[in-house]
Design a protein around this ligand. Structure first.
Ligand SMILES: Cc1cc2nc3c(=O)[nH]c(=O)nc-3n(C[C@H](O)[C@H](O)[C@H](O)COP(=O)(O)OP(=O)(O)OC[C@H]3O[C@@H](n4cnc5c(N)ncnc54)[C@H](O)[C@@H]3O)c2cc1C
Length: 392
């Protein structure tokens, strides 16, 4: 991110608040405040997040207060109701500074997205406002079911119907942005039927649900990623997002996938910035490299336009056409491939200084791989496109 002085930010915020000075949507105001918080609160701790696994709880809560998590949530449930575009822009802004925190912002937004799209009034009125405003933090354990529904792996959780709820068993290997009292979305297969699944919001406060920290990653160490063990966990009906959930999953999936592109857009922007800085001194030799800053900037601009246009199209739509979902998948692939390309180009431009332990480019390279492998990974996205093409 470019260096911005406090005065510049304050005057931008001021001009947005004062209607006589123009510019003024609530998402513009949120983004200005968010950039302010990123510069003052997030930037100083990025190294600790990456190297020491520090979880930036206070910053996450601040993003919630500013409205960074509530853009796609209706105002009646504590959100701003501006739509998916602004939600993506919030993820993008945070990811530009720190992809770990950008991913956690996505996790939190995904958790709100599940409740916003559910018909469950209890979740919408009692839990969603807390998550949308960051008073309670939350995540999503949907990698396994997303892969299961794409025909890649077995479902990890099973659910048995009992009076007033379901009993869940199984284990999710990795769920991020969770901790004591955080909420997260899950899906489980109902034991009476191979074809029916449910989705629910759960928390470690449910008896029998334990969080275990058993893995260390090459990046995203501050993401509070735990494996979640379910042993006869009773989930009451009031926490069920949908059961059965096939049409509900169709409704949430495009927004789930598209909002992830925000991570790639932010990461690519920061790589271009690093390349441009390096060119000030080494442009005479850097000019012989492929993937110059200008080309990457043009590609980023295209990816942004496509993503924002799709976000506007998805916002408020109940039923998503297959052709539109295919465009969403392509945008997600584009974001991943561009992330890998930009991070590699930054490494080649900056050279040995980037190869030092603790260099910013080294972190960008590790972060870029996460964009490409987090579910849906590039390999899954390409399989999904292939499978959808077969249906046409
Ligand atoms: C830092 C980080 C954070 C994540 N956060 C979340 C989250 O918040 N929510 C969520 O649902 N998922 C999360 N995941 C999981 C992620 O989205 C993928 O599902 C997971 O990385 C496996 O996908 P894959 O396409 O690589 O699976 P495949 O290549 O198909 O792998 C097959 C299976 O083997 C397992 N596996 C492979 N290697 C190992 C290993 N070394 N140890 C344990 N299991 C292994 C995988 O879990 C997977 O189920 C996270 C992963 C990482 C690395």
């Amino acid at each position: 991110m470019q260096a911005i002085s406090r005065e510049m930010i304050d005057s931008t915020i001021d001009s947005m608040i004062r209607p006589d000075r123009g510019c003024e949507t609530s998402s513009d105001l949120m983004l200005a405040q968010l950039n302010h918080a990123i510069a003052s609160d997030l930037a100083p701790q990025v190294e600790a997040i990456d190297q020491k696994g520090v979880y930036p709880r206070a910053f996450m809560q601040r993003v919630g207060e500013i409205g960074g998590f509530g853009q796609a949530v209706s105002s009646e449930y504590g959100g701003m109701g501006t739509g998916l575009r602004a939600a993506i822009q919030a993820i993008e802004a945070v990811s530009e500074e720190c992809l770990c925190t950008g991913f956690m912002s996505w996790c939190q937004i995904a958790c709100t997205w599940y409740m916003q799209n559910s018909d469950n009034d209890y979740l919408k009125t009692q839990i969603l406002p807390l998550v949308a405003t960051g008073q309670v933090l939350g995540g999503t354990g949907l990698s396994n079911p997303m892969k299961h529904f794409a025909g890649i792996e077995k479902i990890a959780l099973s659910a048995e119907r009992v009076t007033d709820g379901y009993v869940l068993n199984g284990m999710l290997p990795w769920v991020s942005n969770i901790d004591k009292g955080h909420y997260f979305g899950i899906a489980a297969q109902m034991s009476e039927s191979d074809d029916d699944y449910l989705m629910a919001i759960v928390s470690d406060e449910l008896e029998g649900l334990t969080l275990r920290c058993n893995a260390h990653f090459i990046a995203l160490e501050g993401s509070n990623t735990f494996s979640c063990v379910f042993r006869d966990v009773f989930v009451p009906d009031e926490l069920i997002l949908a059961a059965p959930c096939d049409s509900y999953v169709d409704r949430i999936r495009p927004g789930f996938v598209l909002t992830q592109v925000g991570m790639g857009l932010g990461l690519v922007e920061s790589c271009i910035d690093l390349i441009a800085r390096s060119n000030q001194r080494y442009g005479h030799v850097n000019q012989f490299l492929p993937d110059q800053a200008e080309e990457l900037t043009a590609e980023l601009q295209t990816a942004r336009q496509i993503t924002y246009a799709l976000a506007d199209e998805l916002t408020g739509q109940e039923k998503i056409e297959r052709s539109l979902f295919k465009e969403v998948i392509k945008a997600r692939i584009l974001g991943s491939e561009l992330s890998l390309k930009a991070a590699q180009s930054a490494m080649l431009h900056i050279g040995a200084r980037a190869y030092l332990h603790g260099s910013k480019v080294e972190r960008k390279l590790r972060e870029a791989y996460f964009v490409a492998i987090v579910t849906p990974a590039i390999k899954q996205l390409k399989k999904m496109l292939h499978d959808l093409d077969q249906m046409d």
